[in-house]
Design a binder for this molecule. Structure first.
Ligand SMILES: C[S@@+](CC[C@H](N)C(=O)[O-])C[C@H]1O[C@@H](n2cnc3c(N)ncnc32)[C@H](O)[C@@H]1O
Length: 528
């Protein structure tokens, strides 16, 4: 029998290659047609066998069967007498018809049909699927409505219109699963980190018992022709037991992953990015204070045109521009060799590049009558089209800047993982009156921290030292990674970083205690 199976599998593989080669890539993308390699399909079915009871009869369903990689692996894994039923759907006759011929002597029902229209019957205790990876913008609007409705009916998942087809397959299949049945889904890892995946994660945590998520190493691409970072998600169709732990693994193979970590469902419930696991520690958000408890974080000013609005003091004096309508602004981080900015008696930073931002709410008429040199400068800007840029065009008057009072501590917004200092982001103690552009994040103490600072002004320095002692791993864990090892830290991400070390500096620190009367940084007035 094994020999026959090997022959059929060889035939199926040859057929797969031939059918793939006869299809245009665009068309394959449209229907998400990327087959599972034999070795991976066998790993998956082998793993499934460990999740079913030893003698349990198998009722197998593959809602997107293609030429039948998983069915073939099923035959390879389970003795024939254990396979009670096998059903597969395939929308595309290009694959479905020749596949039916290959499997004609086997007990497989292969329906040439669109799975998303099928009426479910909850009979299957083993659902294994590599669903089509079709992004939402390739799903027609009318189809989307239908899918959203049917997915909800099948699983109670209120998916968003931005959801890819693979999540609908997962949702729809719920109604096909027998109670206690097992599902293994080979899907993109994306759902673990993005907004539309939130509903799927909620389903995995509350409706079924999530058993294991194995993420393949993106550098070890499983699908020769689809550059996707994929995961396999295993769950049982049963409500989760209390205090349930989920296995997260990464790299290697399903049976022998490179790293593994058990994560309690409770921790997953308030973790926005599941791809942190298994590499990162589990954090207990609910108990530990985060930076948001101590700082309100705002991105620096998007001026609309730094070259026009930010000037050196020589240019200002040479052109006779009114310095009182400018405010100091920090130069970009590469011009700040130190992590502390000192200032002269007027609060102007003592740095090599002393820069000023044009920052006035005066009308053009008023400027025209009181500050003719500035009026001429603005006219020059208009002649260059500065006022028509996206940002300038959306504010009135076009040169007005966002309100960013000087922050006592600022953080660099973009960092490289591999800097000489080993610190991708820097916290800078700002003793000046300078504001910042959007290469920095401004950190304004919350009212609660202001209360402590009012009593002990030296505390700002201690807090700054503690911030700079936060490990790159803690910070990068929150930030996103861009190409070339560039990391970006959004205000919300910085706000989420653990700040127990700051809490330790504060005597009798109590979360949630706010003092409403004190707002020395004008944080309350900042626009969102
Ligand atoms: C990612 S491939 C996986 C094929 C196969 N199960 C494997 O693992 O090699 C997805 C398959 O689903 C099929 N498909 C796409 N949309 C479908 C639908 N609405 N109903 C049924 N099959 C569909 C595609 O034609 C393709 O063969």
């Amino acid at each position: 029998m094994t020999q026959t199976l090997d022959i059929v599998e060889k035939e199926r593989l040859a057929l797969q290659i031939e059918l793939d080669s006869r299809k245009m890539q665009v068309e394959r993308n449209r229907l998400g047609q990327f087959a599972t390699p034999t070795a991976l399909a066998r790993d998956i079915l082998g793993y499934a066998a460990t999740l079913l009871a030893p003698e349990e009869q198998v009722h197998f369903l593959d809602p997107a069967i293609g030429t039948g990689a998983f069915y073939s692996a099923l035959l390879n894994t389970f003795p024939q007498q254990r396979i009670a039923k096998a059903l597969g759907f395939e929308i595309d006759p290009h694959y479905g018809q020749p596949a039916s011929l290959i499997w004609q002597d086997f007990d497989l029902t292969l329906k040439l049909a669109d799975f998303t229209y099928e009426e479910p019957s909850p009979r299957f205790n083993l659902v294994i699927c590599n669903p089509p990876y079709v992004r939402h913008h390739h799903i027609q609007a009318s189809d989307k409505e239908r899918l959203l409705h049917r997915s909800f009916k099948a699983s109670n998942m209120k998916l968003s219109g931005l959801t890819g087809l693979y999540c609908h397959f997962l949702a729809l299949s719920h109604a096909w699963m027998a109670e206690g049945g097992i599902a293994g889904w080979l899907i993109p890892s994306e759902f673990m980190d993005v907004n539309y995946g939130q509903v799927v994660k909620q389903y995995l945590l509350s409706r079924v018992t999530l058993l294991h998520i194995h993420r393949f190493d993106p550098n070890d691409v499983q699908f020769a022709d689809a550059l996707v970072s994929s995961s396999i998600v295993w769950f049982r169709n049963a409500p989760p037991p209390p205090d349930h732990d989920v296995m997260f693994s990464f790299g290697g193979t399903l049976a022998a992953p490179k790293i593994t970590r058990m994560v309690p469902v409770k921790a997953l419930a308030h973790e926005a990015k599941w791809t942190r696991f298994p590499a990162s520690e589990i954090r207990s958000r609910k108990t530990g204070p985060s930076i948001a408890d101590f700082f309100q974080i705002k991105r620096g000013i998007a001026t609309g045109d730094n070259g026009f609005f930010i000037l050196g003091e020589e240019t200002i004096s040479k052109r006779g521009l009114p310095l009182e309508l400018f405010r100091p602004i920090l130069p970009s981080p590469r011009y700040l060799p130190e992590d502390e900015v000192t200032a002269d008696k007027d609060g102007i930073p003592l740095v090599e590049r002393r820069l000023f931002l044009l920052d006035t709410r005066l009308s053009e008429e008023e400027i025209g009558s009181r500050f003719p040199a500035l009026a001429t400068y603005l006219e020059e800007g208009k002649a260059k089209g500065v006022h028509e840029g996206y940002i300038c065009d959306h504010r009135s008057p076009w040169y007005v800047q966002e309100n960013r009072p000087p922050a006592p501590i600022v953080c660099t917004y973009l960092g490289r993982g591999e800097t000489k200092s080993g610190r991708p982001f820097r916290f800078i103690l700002n003793n000046s009156r300078a504001t910042i552009a959007n290469v920095y994040l401004a950190m304004y103490p919350t009212l609660m921290l202001q209360r402590y600072l009012a009593r002990d002004p030296g505390l700002t320095r201690l807090v700054w030292q503690v911030l700079n002692a936060i490990t790159p791993e803690q910070l990068l864990d929150e930030g996103r990674v861009y190409g070339g090892g560039l990391h970006k830290l959004e205000p919300k991400e910085l706000a989420n970083v653990d700040a127990s070390a700051i809490a330790e500096l504060l005597p009798r620190f109590e979360r949630g205690v706010e003092l409403t009367q004190l707002d020395m940084f004008g944080v309350g007035e900042l626009a969102a």
